[in-house]
Design a protein around this ligand. Structure first.
Ligand code: NAP
Length: 487
């Protein structure tokens, strides 16, 4: 699997941290407001070596909340002492700062505000602030960082600070401050990006929506199927109440189905993409949107597959703890004693179970490795070859081993007519469909004639494309002509 999307940073804009010649600013920074964000910001700034002056409507009451190194004074006083002011005030209260317009003129205002709804206002908060203070330079930034992250010093994964402004110099100054504070400034361009930046903290798992719905959809389908086979069928046919199976047994037969099919769905779009490239004979033709989307969600689909597999492992461990299981064991023992059966060892069953559990553990181990290496911090420490070996080669091996796990679970059930409840085949036979298609396609792609063609396409070769070439003439001058690259 190509893991380009897995390796890329959280936000794909230009990072501003790469200029080592940038001197660390040790200037006075102003903060307007004395709330949670202002307090955390002041603490972080002080810890990073800046002088901080806080502007409050009630400095006497609020001073004790700030570190002693920070000066807490009236808003107008604070503004006079600095050229860079963080406006840690809600948008609704911006207009109350208009009295400060004269002292604020010519200064940099950093808008850190967020909204309560996506696209709440027609114009972004930063643009609104800029319209109220036309003599100031407004920079949008720090809104994606929580007050807690500010206090804890950016030690967690969320280190990026998105910055935008129409003024390059002001943007660079704020980026420099962010860098000294231990954050990674990311240049998001001009002020028109402010709206997008303000929406980011409000989005709930945007990349996860489709994979989660997919996992829920599969879970629902397999759960219903297993419910019919394990609970409804015995009730209708034999009047047996097997409802107790729902919380653990039915769920535990559903989870591996979801995990296994989801894992194959990580590799299926790659197969489809390869088929399209072979069909069109080029890699330069855009994939359909749905395939593009699918390719971009492989990481999340893979992680959800791992989540279901891990839950399946925990549920399986707990199976012997159930009282129903103990009753069944005792019942079997009593039955055997009454029938005077001494040896109940079935060699084939023993081997099946040993292999089944062993390959299951290996598959889960490989899935854990895939999940860990898809974390940005780990992925960034791997080179491209290592990353693609783990995600592509080991991932495919995980799919093959999961297939063995499924086959050893099913064993000969597919050929036993008692397993066809209401003519429905055993669940595991259904789960095999997509993964086996993917494995078969991968095997076909390994055939030399197809592999070579795919490799050439991926290196830029195109079917029927005429390539302009340039040849040196005998006189030393160059002449040009055309040839077909696929000849
Ligand atoms: P907060 O605790 O309610 O503080 C807001 C501050 O605004 C007050 O302490 C107050 O300080 C000041 N203020 C100035 N004029 C005001 C007025 N007319 N009425 C009421 N208060 C006024 O809010 P916050 O959590 O610090 O958030 C401040 C800004 O940071 C918001 O725009 C928010 O979207 C943004 N932000 C917050 C977080 C976070 O984690 N909290 C994260 C990202 C962005 P004085 O009384 O001293 O004047």
């Amino acid at each position: 699997m190509s893991g380009g999307d897995m390796a890329k940073p959280l936000l794909g804009h230009q990072s501003m941290e790469s200029d080592p010649s940038m001197p660390a600013a040790r200037r006075t920074i102003g903060v307007l407001g004395s709330g949670d964000f202002a307090r955390s910001l002041a603490i972080r700034l002080v810890c990073s070596g800046f002088k901080v002056v806080v502007g409050s409507r009630n400095p006497k009451r609020k001073a004790s909340l700030f570190p002693s190194a920070a000066e807490v004074t009236f808003q107008a006083e604070a503004v006079k002492k600095t050229d860079i002011i963080f406006v840690a005030v809600f948008r609704e209260h911006y207009s109350t700062l208009c009295d400060l317009a004269d002292v604020l003129a010519g200064k940099i205002l950093v808008d850190v505000s967020n909204n309560t709804e996506i696209n709440h206002h027609k114009e972004s908060n930063a643009e609104y602030l800029a319209s109220l203070f036309p003599a100031c330079t407004v920079v949008k930034g720090f809104n994606v960082v929580s007050a807690w992250t500010l206090q804890s010093g950016a030690r967690d994964g969320n280190k990026q600070v998105l910055i935008c402004s129409n003024n390059q110099e002001a943007k660079r100054t704020v980026a420099e401050i962010a860098q000294v504070m231990g954050f990674t400034p990311v240049d998001m361009g001009c002020m028109s990006s402010a709206c997008e930046i303000e929406n980011i903290p409000l989005r709930l798992l945007p990349a996860w929506k489709i994979p989660i719905f997919l996992a829920l959809g599969l879970f629902l389908c397999f759960f219903t199927y297993n419910l019919i086979r394990q609970v409804i069928h015995p009730y209708i046919r034999e009047q047996k109440n097997k409802l107790y199976k729902i919380p653990i047994e039915v769920v535990n037969t559903t989870l591996p189905c979801v995990a296994y099919v989801m894992l194959s769905l990580v590799y299926l779009p790659g197969v489809l993409a390869a088929c399209l490239q072979l069909y069109y004979g080029t890699k330069y033709r855009r994939f359909p949107d749905w395939l593009d989307q699918w390719l971009q969600h492989r990481k999340q689909i893979g992680l959800l597959s791992f989540f279901c597999a891990a839950l399946h492992a925990v549920y399986s461990f707990c199976l012997p703890l159930r009282r129903s299981h103990r009753y069944q064991l005792i019942e079997m023992a009593v039955k055997q004693a009454l029938e005077k059966k001494m040896n109940i060892w079935v060699e084939e069953e023993v081997w099946r179970m040993e292999i089944y559990i062993s390959v299951g553990i290996i598959a889960l181990g490989l899935l854990s490795l895939l999940a860990i290496t898809s974390l940005p911090s780990i992925a960034n420490s791997l080179n491209w070859r290592e990353f693609s070996f783990i995600q592509s080669t080991l991932g495919f091996i995980a799919l093959v081993i999961s297939t063995l796990h499924t086959l050893t679970y099913g064993w000969s059930r597919a050929f036993d007519e008692n397993q066809y409840k209401f003519y429905l085949p055993p669940t595991y036979t259904l789960t095999l469909l997509v993964p086996c298609t993917v494995i078969l396609a991968k095997v076909i792609f390994c055939l030399p004639c197809i592999q070579q063609r795919l490799l050439r396409i991926r290196r830029g070769w195109e079917k029927g494309r005429y390539v302009k070439f340039v040849l040196p003439s005998t006189t030393g001058e160059y002449s040009s002509g055309e040839t077909s690259s696929n000849v």
